[in-house]
Design a protein. Structure first.
Length: 443
């Protein structure tokens, strides 16, 4: 007699109450499952942020399928090409020639040469010890008018050293050429989505008389190159650190980490650090705090005791967000994340003490493939696509990577989105299968 496979599964290993969880990794690493929530950006989306650049991916045809579909979904196939690796290339040992001649053929067939080319090699090149320095040396000799940078589609690097995501963000700025430094110009580095112009960060920079640049607003390669003039690079996500470190080494640009966060004291600290770097005074935050409190109170009055689930794709600081909502009277019951970054330790400890029954759920544990996707039959509000998928709710905030929200302004906006999501159900299946939520901003 056939029985449903999920009857054999409980949540052990895939879920744990935060009161019994360990930090920073509550779950053991092993065979992984990928939920069909595709809103987060991948290396193709990020690479497209470089205006006028052309991407060339070089790997086996099976691996190419995913990146080709991504470019097609973005309507950006005119900025995307591939070179397929076949068995004879591996056996004959002509991998370097395949890359050189393949890239050359692609560039000769384009209507005009792009100012920059991002060449993505893959894990097979590293397994075989491919002489990539020679490859790029030859390409630069053949096409001196084109700026080449080495990018990587290398899944074997996901859990050791610098990740492909961090590499992609770093290489995105590797083509900036040295320029005289403008002491009144500042960059935001590494984000896929532009930070809201209404945020305290952007307003503080502009009100102090500084020009603020971000790759998401660059519409030409020449405009992108102007980012080399800035004296200071700000970054708000940990994955951008490799980029700002390299820029300091190459161009002499200082950098400052101002993380996306939801704790009021940390937001104020970020503003003071930014003001000090700019030689100005941080604004008083009393009114901004009151406005954030008021927005959260309105959302809480509407949402009431409805359970709330959060996931890491909405923000890389999900513990900070869970704490903020819990402190403001929301009923946070679930948080989906496989691990946490070091800067979340204080929020983790607070939640362990004050919300010990908060359920942490792994997103990649193999059991997630078979566990029921529902919230015990209780309606809930999900913050993030994976939280919506795993709880089976139609009421969710469809945001990835912070959605440009930042500081008190971001909290007010998020509270509004929560209220909107609570009132209006969404077609989850239709929305979460679309790759790179908001990536049309780079086209």
């Amino acid at each position: 007699m056939l029985k449903p496979a999920w009857d054999q599964f409980d949540e052990s290993g895939a879920a744990v109450a935060i009161g019994q969880a360990s930090f920073p990794s509550p779950f053991a690493s092993g065979l992984e499952y990928g939920a069909p929530a595709r809103g987060s950006w991948n290396i193709v989306h990020t690479g497209m942020l470089l205006p006028e650049a052309h991407q060339i991916f070089i790997c086996a045809s099976g691996c190419l399928r995913g990146v080709v579909l991504t470019a097609a979904e973005m309507n950006a196939l005119d900025r995307f090409s591939t070179v397929a690796i076949r068995e004879n290339n591996v056996l004959d040992g002509d991998m370097e020639e395949l890359i050189i001649e393949g890239v050359t053929d692609v560039l000769h067939k384009l209507p005009k040469l792009p100012p920059a080319v991002l060449v993505y090699t893959s894990c097979i090149h590293h397994f075989m010890g491919c002489d990539l320095p020679r490859v790029y040396r030859v390409l630069r000799e053949r096409f001196p008018q084109v700026a080449f940078t080495d990018c990587y589609m290398n899944p074997i690097m996901r859990k050791s050293g610098i990740t492909p995501d961090e590499l992609d963000r770093r290489q995105l700025y590797s083509l900036l050429e040295p320029r005289p430094i403008d002491p009144k110009s500042v960059n935001i580095i590494g984000g896929d989505l532009a930070i809201d112009s209404t945020s305290e960060l952007c307003r503080l920079v502009k009100d102090a008389g500084f020009r603020l640049r971000e790759i998401t607003s660059c519409r030409s390669y020449a405009e992108y190159q102007e980012m080399a003039e800035s004296f200071l690079n700000l970054y708000t996500i940990p994955a951008a650190k490799a980029a700002v470190v390299q820029l300091e080494h190459r161009l002499g640009q200082k950098y400052l980490y101002l993380p996306q966060c939801f704790g009021y004291d940390e937001i104020d600290q970020n503003q003071r650090r930014l003001a000090e770097a700019l030689g100005t005074t941080a604004p008083d935050s009393a009114q901004a705090r009151l406005a954030a409190d008021a927005a959260l109170a309105r959302a809480r009055d509407l949402i009431g005791n409805t359970p709330i689930a959060i996931d890491y794709t909405l923000t890389f600081r999900p513990l900070s967000l869970a704490r903020l909502l819990a402190e403001h009277g929301f009923k946070v019951t679930q948080l989906f994340a496989d691990s946490f970054i070091a800067e979340e330790k204080d929020d983790f400890d607070w939640l362990q003490q004050n919300l010990p029954n908060l359920k942490l759920g792994a997103t990649t544990h193999v059991k997630r493939r078979m566990l029921p996707r529902q919230n015990g039959g209780v309606p809930c509000l999900a913050l993030g696509q994976k939280a919506a998928y795993f709880t089976g709710t139609d009421y969710f905030v469809n945001v990835v990577e912070g959605g440009g929200m930042y500081g008190y302004d971001g909290i007010r906006r998020l509270a509004g989105l929560m209220a909107e999501a609570f009132l209006a159900p969404k077609d989850v299946k239709k929305l979460i299968q679309v790759k790179g939520l908001g990536c049309d901003c780079c086209l």
